[in-house]
Design a protein around this ligand. Structure first.
Ligand SMILES: [Zn+2]
Ligand SMILES: [Zn+2]
Length: 316
């Protein structure tokens, strides 16, 4: 069995971690969702998100900087730009569907998320479903085995980005509403959940795997337990210590993590350090998000979002 350090090093150098770095700026996920729902102009994003202009402006700029959105002039006098998803941004569609699915089942559904989706491919109401790219059967964490790829021990550690990560919960809505955005906009929360999916569960293992400070780790663990994404139980071998497990809502984030890994892979220049084997067919897969009815891959142009009359439609 690989050690906590080996798993941690592999995770921190994985395509997943590279993807996490790009979409964990404050409000990134909400802005991307709004863009998929048709928001383009600043005012439309603001109407959809209801956040301060300065905050939105920073969020949009960071997504432009990471190449997920591009600015395009739409008006001369006064000169105004709108924001469009780049092809890199559009590639996040499966991931957006995975977050929608989680929110519908476990979260406080965000007002921006559609109530239902219709798949034009089969003309049925559809629920996104993560399926194996090899055998097309549904994937969930218990059916998957993480695999450490040999590249990891051969590569010299690269200097990791030294960024000051904002602490979650400083924005509005700090009461523990089970808001997915509070988790997926936070790099450490996502990496901690990913660490637990790899089979680690003890405080010391998290410290070694993530090279995280004790204070930050304690704060994130407390928060993830309060959000009922993790559970804390006494260690059967040492009652003074605790073991953390994924609660059902935490396990249900697995499709979100896999679709994010797959997206990270599309931009990677180096081989991945982690992979996932589907126990059902013994093949490596990151899955694809399919229509639960016909099992075809869901593409943005083939999915309709009927808008309930009570809600203003975002058109662009
Ligand atoms: Zn399979
Ligand atoms: Zn379908």
């Amino acid at each position: 069995m690989p050690s906590a350090e080996e798993w941690g090093l592999a995770l921190r150098r994985s395509h997943l971690a590279a993807a996490v770095d790009r979409i964990t700026e404050p409000w990134s996920n909400a802005i991307i969702r709004a863009a998929f729902l048709g928001a383009r102009q600043f005012e439309m994003f603001q109407l959809a998100l209801g956040i301060p202009r300065q905050t939105l402006s920073l969020g949009l700029s960071s997504l432009v900087g990471f190449g997920l959105l591009r600015r395009e002039p739409y008006q001369q006098l006064p000169a105004r730009d709108e924001y469009r998803l780049t092809s890199l941004g559009k590639d996040l569609y499966s991931n957006v569907l995975a977050s929608w699915l989680w929110d519908r089942r476990w979260g406080a559904p965000h007002p921006l998320m559609p109530d239902r989706l219709v798949h034009l491919g089969c003309d049925h109401d559809c629920k996104p479903l993560l399926v194996c790219t090899q055998c097309a059967r549904p994937l969930s964490l218990p059916t998957m085995q993480p695999v450490l790829l040999p590249s990891v021990s051969l590569v010299k550690p690269r200097t990791e980005r030294n960024r000051r990560w904002r602490s979650p919960g400083s924005a509005q809505g700090t009461e523990l509403r089970r808001d997915l955005l509070a988790v997926i906009d936070d790099r450490w929360s996502l990496l901690l959940i990913a660490t637990v999916t790899l089979g680690l569960g003890r405080y010391e293992q998290f410290l070694r795997a993530l090279e995280i400070s004790s204070a930050v780790l304690a704060q994130r663990l407390q928060r993830l337990c309060a959000l009922k994404l993790l559970t804390r139980q006494p260690d059967p071998n040492d009652a003074r210590r605790a073991v953390y497990h994924l609660a059902p809502a935490g396990r249900a984030l697995f499709p979100y993590l896999l679709t994010l890994s797959a997206w990270g892979k599309t931009q990677a220049t180096e081989p991945d350090t982690l992979s996932w084997m589907h126990k059902g067919c013994a093949q490596a897969t990151l899955g694809r998000v399919a229509c639960h009815h016909c099992r075809e891959t869901l593409l943005p142009q083939e999915v309709l979002r009927p808008t309930p009359p009570s809600r203003p439609a975002l058109t662009g």
